[in-house]
Design a protein around this ligand. Sequence first.
Ligand code: ARG
Length: 260
Amino acid sequence: MKFGRKFLLLGILILSFSIWLQACGTGNSSNGSSGSKDKLIVATDATYAPMEYMDDEGKIVGIDIDIVKAIAEAAGFEVEFKNYGWEPLFAAVENGEVDFAVSSITIDPDREKTFDFSDPYFVANQLILVPEDTDIESFEDLKDKKVSVQINTTGHKVVKGLLGNTSLDIVATETMPLAITEMLNGNADAAVGDNSVVLEYVKNNPNVELKTIEDASFEKEYYGLMVQKGNNEVVDLLNEGIKKIKEDGTLKEITGLDIE
Ligand code: ARG
């Protein structure tokens, strides 16, 4: 029958088109239709011990990495970490080159204009690192000093708030270890950065005479996983995992912190 044959042909056409579409989709890391687990690509700046850094074998490890692995297990996806470095990771998330970033990234209203964030999974604050024999006692005391920070971090923002956006007394470096080196070399009087990383440096370098200063003006900062703006699928997946590891105690086990 003529009519039936036309339908058969149309059916074959639709079928082959949908097979072709599926084949195209398998390259997409966040495609949910296949039976195996999705693999999400995660950008990081692995210069930030103990949060994300390279171990002796060149493997990306750290507290943030353990947290993301736990989230992935809880929400049923796989992850692959890529060491982009701090500034490039923002571009990689923005243009969709990676599915999200983990890097002790503070959820900050300025960043929320360009990115989406997961729910918070970690709480931190800034800390001042100075030579032990310094006369600096508070954040206010940095006003007429040179201060080193990792570029475009919340530490950088806080120091700009005190010294001015274009101050030449701010030494902004690519990584936090470099910011600390500038202070040790005398190119800066103090370094400012996230507490866990500053404290880790002090712990690992007992022979360097340093002290840390907390300041009441430093606000609590909440870390989130950073996602391309509008990618609700990934945000929801991450939040599902975060919720689970908060509820079953895994997150607290990894971080030692209570976070709501
Ligand atoms: N929490 C700070 C911020 O979001 C510093 C994060 C730096 N992280 C890193 N892996 N270098 O700006």
